[in-house]
Design a protein around this ligand. Structure first.
Ligand SMILES: [Zn+2]
Ligand SMILES: [Zn+2]
Length: 92
């Protein structure tokens, strides 16, 4: 599953096949189409680590990170929650 990149709705449908560059989705709520870099459940721990690192430690680039990797802000907030306790660079 994926969250909509535009409205964060979880009511999205697969729109086309999974390709080498990712999965296309269509949001049922706002009707926008977007693609994710990979299907969500294939994110590796290393990939999450890298993205969370960019997201948390370079706040100026946060939006860029979301767009580049096709990850919704809801997903990143989840990842950040898991990241915080183990990071000494981040403040509460
Ligand atoms: Zn949407
Ligand atoms: Zn951190």
């Amino acid at each position: 599953m994926a969250d909509c990149l535009y409205c964060d709705s979880q009511d999205v449908r697969k729109n086309g096949k999974l390709t080498s560059w990712g999965q296309r989705w269509k949001c049922v709520s706002c009707h926008k189409q977007f693609s994710t870099w990979w299907a969500r459940d294939t994110y590796s721990p290393e990939f999450k680590q890298k993205v969370v690192d960019l997201y948390c430690h370079s706040p100026a680039n946060a939006r860029e990170v979301l767009k580049t990797y096709g990850i919704s802000s809801r997903t990143l907030v989840e990842w950040k929650k898991n990241h915080l306790p183990s990071c000494d660079k981040c403040e509460e």
